[in-house]
Write a protein that binds this ligand. Structure first.
Ligand code: IMP
Ligand code: MG
Length: 198
């Protein structure tokens, strides 16, 4: 898998430092407040796990699964796949994201949680891709800014792969070509298997 990476944009060490720094800021800002960190699945997974261990506060965690991407393109149509496990009303919410790109996901989720009665809703994101913005939105806590390229790793996927890379990087063109071939094979295989049924 690591062979598919063209270049590393954010190293493991940089990610560790980012989590430490953000954790300190969040610890300071949320003193005495009832905090719920809401992770947006699946991309938040490694970031959320590392970040919460750098926050020295009593806090709750919850998860929301939303989707707006297909391949490398945002569809702009945000859907809830899995909802929160507890009501959010009266709580201070910090949404944890892997990356803010167009801003569509975060803007929609923020509106939803405020509508449900959250006292405040802020955003912590590992990566910010400000050049991709379609909606005005500035996350309160940003790990680092990345250029307008499609990135993978440390939670970020390309068609569900590469989430387990320990760093953030850019794929070689051959990785996309490979996916095209796999897609074709899968379709052929499916047709072949399905043939007798029809
Ligand atoms: P937005 O709604 O366009 O801001 O997109 C946010 C979501 O799209 C993120 O939570 C990611 O899951 C996904 N996304 C945006 N940019 C990238 C990327 O470069 N690589 C992988 N996923 C991305
Ligand atoms: Mg995401």
């Amino acid at each position: 898998m690591k062979n598919d990476i063209l270049k590393v944009l954010v190293t493991e060490d940089e990610i560790k430092q980012i989590c430490k720094k953000l954790g300190k800021e969040i610890t300071k800002d949320y003193q005495g407040k009832e905090l719920v960190i809401v992770g947006l699945l699946k991309g938040c997974n490694p970031f959320m796990a590392d970040l919460i261990r750098e926050i020295d506060l009593f806090l709750k965690v919850d998860y929301l699964s939303v989707s707006s991407y297909q391949g490398t393109e945002s569809t702009g149509d945000v859907r809830i796949r899995m909802d929160l496990s507890e009501p959010i009303s009266g709580k201070h919410v910090l949404i944890a994201e892997d990356i803010v790109d167009t801003g569509t996901t975060i803007t929609t989720v923020k509106k939803l949680l405020l509508h449900r009665g959250a006292l405040s809703v802020k955003i912590v994101t590992l990566l910010d891709k400000p050049e991709g913005r379609l909606m005005e939105c500035i996350p309160e806590y940003i790990g680092t800014v990345v250029p307008n390229e499609f990135v993978v790793g440390y939670g970020l996927d390309f068609n569900e792969d590469y989430r387990n890379l320990p760093y953030v990087g850019v794929l070689k063109p051959s990785a996309y070509e490979k996916w095209g071939k796999i897609c074709k094979n899968k379709i052929n295989h499916k047709l072949h298997v399905a043939d007798p049924i029809f």
